[in-house]
Ligand binder design. Structure first.
Ligand code: GDP
Length: 362
């Protein structure tokens, strides 16, 4: 085409017609397989029972996935693994950020692995819901365990409600046990609701505290101390030995204020130093005493049964709630009902009855 700039006065500035631009999206992309095909149930189960870590990781990823086909596959795998699970010590570990959880889990982990066996470190971190990722259970925080061939470290599942995140961790425990992990640590940050969730899936609950962190007995207020089977005061080293012992005495007397535990076990309070590796065998001897105690009085089995029942109802609750709130019609109706309630046009109860009536098709 003729162009004004092709005039002789603009010689040297010849304008050529353009070429067609290639499409932004690679046209061959759709022809490539989207993702690896899903493994079969038996491939996963066989791999897990052999202790294959790659297969175990894959199965845990399926447990954590939100895709419905992953969910049903994972459920089948869990079902098949269930008869091979249960043979472990499940230990919950909590403490405020900075209490020394990762330092301690690293040394506690190496200590238990000295006796042989395998260790899985899992985590429940409710904050990961917001940040879409969790630092708890992160390998970089546990340097020695991270390179240990018998340790399996998995950060917290990140999507969903606390109940959903906790359920996934609980299901991961089953897979890990079937893969031969006879020690399970479940880590959580001691700042909120997640302790209750962890408590509902472990045999022993360890609360890590530090002396001189302001309010010594802050765990009392949050109801975490009632759940603890053992309280350990970390960083009992150097100048901090005295304050740590003082805190130990305070916790011991505070524990007397609580009603006796259902297991009959009297929670113990010890001091140790995770960083300098002082007092570690003593902490572990306490945990051994606990397991001897609850296994001989039958509480170990009772508690596991109670937990299994609790999780059944918890899962039912969660699924019902999800089914209800995910319904688009209900969502629409909730919006108008909420506006009615806020504007005093309708009582909360009548509005709730309307929405539920709609849901149940009445
Ligand atoms: P987390 O947030 O509970 O996982 O705590 P970390 O394990 O990351 O520890 C927090 C800080 O406390 C780090 O700087 C550790 O080096 C330090 N720390 C952990 N354990 C001890 C200990 O036994 N003694 C001393 N002095 N410092 C410790």
């Amino acid at each position: 085409m003729e162009h004004p700039e092709n005039d002789s006065q603009y010689i040297g500035l010849t304008v050529n017609s353009g070429v067609n631009q290639p499409p932004i999206v690679n046209p061959y992309l759709s022809k490539r397989p989207r993702r690896k095909p899903l493994p079969t149930v038996s491939e996963l189960v066989e791999g897990i029972l052999k202790g294959d870590v790659t297969v175990l990781s894959r199965a845990v990823t399926l447990v954590e996935s939100l895709a419905p086909d992953h969910y049903s596959l994972a459920q089948e795998v869990i079902e098949k693994c269930l008869p091979h699970s249960g043979n472990s010590r499940r230990i919950g570990i909590t403490g405020v950020p900075g209490a020394g959880k990762s330092t301690s889990i690293d040394v506690f982990g190496l200590h238990v692995l000295k006796e042989g066996g395998k260790l899985a470190v899992l985590a429940i971190d409710p904050s990961s819901e917001r940040t879409k990722g969790s630092i708890l259970g992160d390998k970089t925080r546990m340097e020695k365990l991270a390179v240990h061939p018998s340790a399996f470290i998995r950060p917290s599942p990140s999507a969903g409600s606390l109940g959903g995140v906790a359920r996934k961790t609980r299901e991961t425990i089953v897979l890990c046990e079937a893969a031969g992990y006879n020690n399970i640590f479940v880590e959580t940050v001691g700042v909120g609701q997640s302790e209750t969730a962890v408590h509902s899936m472990v045999d022993f609950f360890l609360l890590i505290q530090i002396a001189g962190a302001g309010d010594e007995l802050q765990g009392i207020k949050r109801g975490i101390m009632e759940m603890a089977d053992g309280i350990v005061i970390n960083k009992a080293d150097g100048d901090n030995v005295g304050p740590a012992q003082l805190a130990q005495a305070q916790y011991r007397s505070a524990l007397h204020l609580f009603p006796p535990t259902t297991s009959g076990w009297m929670p113990e309070v010890l001091t140790y130093s995770g960083y300098y590796e002082l007092g570690i065998p003593e902490v572990w001897a306490m945990i051994d005493r606990y397991f001897d105690f609850v296994k001989s009085n039958g509480y170990f089995e009772t508690k596991r049964q109670q937990q299994a029942r609790w999780w059944m109802y918890e899962t039912i609750d969660e699924q019902l709630r999800k089914h209800f709130y995910d319904n688009p019609e209900i969502q629409k109706m909730l919006e108008t009902s909420e506006a009615d309630v806020l504007a005093n046009r309708r009582s909360s109860f009548a509005a709730a009855a309307d929405v539920l009536g709609k849901y149940f098709g009445r």
